[in-house]
Each structure stands twice: as structure tokens, then as C-alpha cells.
Design a protein around this ligand. Structure first.
Ligand code: FE2
Length: 162
């Protein structure tokens, strides 16, 4: 998504969050250690689906457009919301198990996921959504012109037939 984003603002927001995510991994490893378990990577089907959706949006939008950025933001926010739900539950579980240190670590990550989500909303609202809307208007104007052309030629055909 970062590679395919149009604006530098979105690219750097994704890049920045990617760096944070490395820290999230190390926090998770610490939490596993606190539980006396070894952290192991496991594929997440739901997350894979969300990423697939992001790839589809990139495929279905034109390179270098704000429409693509608006779509990438939507896909990225779905990922953030999934993470927020997961970390939110983990914080609650840790607290109810009396694992305050683990809860603290997981809360830090939860806050960063929320910040990332809010930042994406800000980027979208500041200008990308409006610019994408303009692209859609321009596109439908082009379509209208094309339709007018065909209408005209059909009129001509009618005249000729008469
Ligand atoms: Fe995230």
C-alpha cells in the first residue's frame, strides 16, 4: 500500500506506522515471555483478507490518483480497526489476569494503533477525499461528453433516415 500510494503524506504515514509495527512485534514477544511462552508466528486469515482487499483497490484504481489514495486509506483503516479490536481485548484479558506489566505494554500498542487510525482519517479529510471527489466529477463530465457525442450521431442518423 505504501509503494502504491499517490501522495507523499500518505506514503510517509504508512512508512511511519510500519516502523511502529516492528516495535509492536517486540512488545508481543515480551508479553509472551511474561507468560512463559515462546512467541511463534501464525498466519491470520482475517488479516490476509484485509490485505487482499487493499491489493484489489490498488488494482482497480488508476496509478497516481487521489481516488487510489482514498481507497488505500479505507483499506488501511480496516486493518487498524482489526488491530484495535484485538489489542483492546488483549489489554482487558491481561488486566483480568492481573498481568499489569503486560497490560501496560499492550496498551501502548493499542494507543499507537488508534493514533494511526486517526491520522489516516485526518489525511483523508484534509484533502484526499475532496480531490478524489473532483476526479470522479471530471470522469463523469467526460462520460457525459461521450454520451452527447453518441446522441448527436444518433440524431444525425435519424435525420438521414428521414
Ligand atoms: Fe497498525
Amino acid at each position: 500500500m505504501q509503494k502504491n500510494a499517490t501522495t507523499d503524506e500518505l506514503k510517509s504515514a504508512i512508512e511511519e506506522h510500519l516502523t511502529q509495527t516492528q516495535e509492536h512485534v517486540s512488545r508481543l514477544e515480551q508479553v509472551f515471555e511474561m507468560c512463559g511462552k515462546k512467541a511463534q508466528a501464525k498466519k491470520c486469515e482475517a488479516m490476509e483478507g484485509l490485505i487482499e482487499e487493499g491489493n484489489e483497490i490498488v488494482e482497480e484504481t488508476e496509478k497516481g490518483t487521489m481516488t487510489r489514495d482514498a481507497g488505500i486509506i479505507m483499506a488501511a483503516q480496516k486493518v487498524e480497526h482489526y488491530e484495535i479490536a484485538t489489542y483492546g481485548c488483549l489489554v482487558t484479558f491481561a488486566k483480568s489476569l492481573g498481568m499489569d506489566d503486560a497490560a501496560e505494554l499492550l496498551s501502548e500498542t493499542l494507543d499507537e494503533e488508534k493514533d494511526a487510525d486517526e491520522k489516516l482519517t485526518r489525511i483523508a479529510e484534509d484533502n484526499i477525499n475532496q480531490a478524489a471527489n473532483q476526479e470522479t466529477d471530471e470522469e463523469s463530465e467526460d462520460e457525459d461528453e461521450e454520451n452527447e457525442d453518441t446522441e448527436e450521431s444518433e440524431e444525425k442518423k435519424d435525420d438521414e433516415e428521414e
